[in-house]
Design a protein around this ligand. Structure first.
Ligand code: ACO
Ligand code: LMR
Length: 264
């Protein structure tokens, strides 16, 4: 029989050995001929399967909506300062990406984890939010620096509208909205933010599409695939900010003394 030498690497998502590269077994020519988009490529390379059109469209909408949020947010600020320090594209990009985390853009996975756990255990929004408070954990996916109950995040509305029209079920999203109704009754800045909207809606995508087993959904949530959407999306904007600063020939940034409280 065949004797197979042990390998040092196992890879299951792509293959470059044939005439053309394949993503999850689908040859590149099929991807192009069938008019696949970036949502389909993400489905193949991240989830190792082709997803229905409404799912790939949802993924693409997430990417478009999260591509940028102006120059003042953590990521763009870091990228701008780095580009102005004369650093190259990759350095400027990663400097911005490194700010993505539990407070900024990287709360999607935790939002999915906590909303899923609370919904699956049939916790009321009150029990969920007050339970988190007792544990001293801020609810991921809730709260924003500038968005308010009376100045909602348009991106969240757009995602919800798309899902309500195209998803077979939006039970996790509806739960997140009930949580938001409760948190807004406590403080006006405790809106469902874009991380929370994507986290809850992705649970609906995974559960409602019929394309994933319960075990696979648990694994996706546990490993934490979903912050990848924000990282990928925001890279588009951060690259744009790098080019912008270089095009404008902006000098080295130095923060003004007046804006620092020097104290002992
Ligand atoms: N859950 C519960 N209570 C909260 C939350 C939350 N998610 N956010 C704020 N609060 C309450 C707390 O009582 C907080 O007081 P504390 O500092 O004693 O905990 C009070 O509101 C005021 O909080 P601030 O720090 O002034 O709020 P800020 O505007 O600075 O925070 C932030 C905004 C960082 C987004 C915060 O709401 C948070 O940590 N949310 C959870 C993480 C998250 O979802 N991040 C993604 C944001 S969207 C994006 O980045 C694309
Ligand atoms: C973003 O998308 O960068 C934001 O929601 C964060 C912010 O502070 O606006």
């Amino acid at each position: 029989g065949k004797v197979r030498a042990p390998t040092h690497i196992i890879s299951t998502i792509s293959d470059d050995r044939g005439e053309e590269p394949c993503y999850a077994g689908v040859p590149m020519s099929n991807i192009i001929e069938r008019g696949y988009g970036v949502g389909d490529v993400i489905s193949l390379l991240w989830f190792k399967r082709s997803l229905p059109r409404y799912c790939t469209q949802f993924i693409e909408i997430c990417i478009m909506l999260c591509a940028d949020h102006g120059p003042c947010v953590s990521g763009a600020h870091n990228t701008i300062v780095t580009a102005r320090a004369g650093k190259d594209l990759v350095s400027s990009l990663v400097s911005g990406l490194l700010t993505i985390g539990p407070r900024f853009g990287g709360a999607i996975d935790d939002a999915a984890r906590y909303f899923k756990d609370a919904y699956d255990r049939s916790l009321t929004p009150y029990e969920f939010v007050e339970g988190m408070k007792k544990k001293g954990i801020r609810v991921p996916g809730i709260g924003h620096r500038i968005k308010r109950g009376d100045n909602r995040d348009k991106r969240v509305e757009l995602l919800q509208k798309f899902a309500r029209t195209h998803f077979p079920s939006v039970k996790y999203m509806e739960y997140a909205v009930q949580v938001e109704t409760y948190t807004l009754s406590k403080a006006n800045n405790l809106v469902l933010n874009v991380d929370g909207a994507i986290g809850s809606l992705f649970l609906d995508l995974l559960a409602g599409s019929g394309m994933f087993s319960k075990q696979e959904i648990d694994e996706i949530v546990e490993i934490g695939y979903l912050n990848g959407l924000f990282v990928l999306a925001r890279s588009i904007g951060l690259i744009g900010h790098t080019f912008d600063q270089k095009r404008l020939k902006q000098p080295l940034y130095r923060h003004p003394w007046e804006d620092v409280l020097y104290t002992k």
